[in-house]
Ligand binder design. Structure first.
Ligand SMILES: Cc1ncc(COP(=O)(O)O)c(C=O)c1O
Length: 342
């Protein structure tokens, strides 16, 4: 209600005033520090979500080329490619759809196009639980990534990217803010129909303040950046997230009741997806979990099953509570399951 003695809350401040300017600049510099941002990259604070970026990436990065490479690894990369088809010819470099989005096809099998404007990947498929643990080398073609669900969950080598983006609501702060990081030589190439509020070059020139920014979301994001730094930075986040995910995967793999369909080399440390022997058991699992205060465990609407999202804010204690419940549920219901039902 009284930000740093200014007599006003962040919600009341004009974005042009010196108080908000301070909040805004602190958030940028904390993120810069957290990411160890190379000097040839620019951070942009935008709106429109990651879904907005599905269109704004081709609008900004085609650079008079007509083609872009897309790597299809699940629900979100599929959506990114569908949106980009409005603006460019899309070369599907690889597609794991025939394997139900449970694999990461090896780089040797990809059909990269050296004349593509960029190559787009989704570093973590939030719905499918498939994650890149190593970034692909796309040569001279800039790598562009939707990092929405694993941004700030582990260290990231920004210099491997032409551009990357993440909407805030997983690990950054409240929905409404979208972070885009662009290599500076790629900034000023927007197609003429690009709205100013989504033109990377125009945004960079105006310090991300082309119109009123999402002030509250930026304030909270700044506090989250500060918190991550105080905890030891992205290395510490990676350590915690790896431990949480290992714990859940061990509980799944050690039981004959739960099943994770994702191949081990690309299992996500952020979204652990699994199934139970029958849909009816999954429904009961969700109802009983809710009674125990274990919320939001249903898989993505397009996918079904169960999904445990282990974002930075999920504590080790919360994961322990989930595993305790999983073990109890499996013990109480194992006689109702036939192993072959997988
Ligand atoms: C990987 C990924 N990309 C894109 C989106 C869409 O984000 P938004 O709703 O902020 O547009 C999501 C949302 O969950 C996501 O997980």
């Amino acid at each position: 209600m009284n930000w740093r003695g200014s007599g006003q809350s962040v919600l009341e401040m004009p974005f042009t005033g010196h108080e908000f300017r301070q909040i805004f600049e602190e958030a940028f510099s904390l993120l810069d520090e957290l990411l160890n941002l190379p000097p040839d990259y620019k951070i942009l604070f935008l709106q429109g979500g990651a879904y907005g970026q599905f269109a704004f990436i081709p609008m900004n990065l085609l650079r008079s080329k007509k083609k872009a490479d897309y790597v299809i690894t699940g629900h979100w990369s599929n959506r990114a490619a569908s949106e980009a088809r409005k603006y460019a010819t899309i070369n599907v470099v690889t597609d794991n759809s025939d394997k139900g989005h449970t694999t990461l096809p090896p780089l040797e099998s990809w059909t990269l196009d050296p004349s593509a404007a960029y190559c787009h990947i989704t570093t973590n498929e939030t719905s499918d639980g498939v994650q890149f643990h190593e970034l692909p080398d796309t040569g001279v073609v800039p790598l562009v990534a939707d990092t929405t669900s694993d941004f700030l969950t582990k260290p990231i080598n920004i210099s491997r990217f032409g551009a990357l983006y993440a909407s805030a609501q997983k690990n950054i702060g409240p929905a409404g803010l979208t972070i885009v990081i662009v290599r500076k030589d790629l900034l000023d190439n927007a197609s003429p129909i690009t709205p100013n509020v989504f033109d990377f070059g125009f945004l960079a020139a105006n310090n991300s303040k082309v119109n009123t920014p999402p002030t509250w979301a930026i304030y909270i994001a700044g506090l989250v950046f500060k918190w991550i730094l105080s905890q030891g930075g992205l290395g510490e986040m990676a350590k915690r997230n790896r431990a949480k995910a290992n714990h859940v995967y061990e509980a799944i793999d050690g039981s004959e009741f739960y099943h994770c369909p994702v191949e081990t080399n690309c299992r996500s440390t952020v979204n652990v997806v699994f199934s139970l022997p029958t849909k009816a058991l999954e429904q009961e699992f969700l109802v009983q979990a809710q009674v125990r205060g274990l919320l939001n465990l249903a898989g993505h609407a397009a996918k079904g099953g169960i999904r445990a999202s282990l974002y930075n804010a999920v504590s080790a204690d919360a994961v322990n509570a989930l595993i305790e419940f999983m073990n109890e549920f499996a013990a109480a219901n194992k006689n109702r399951a036939m192993p072959h039902q997988f």
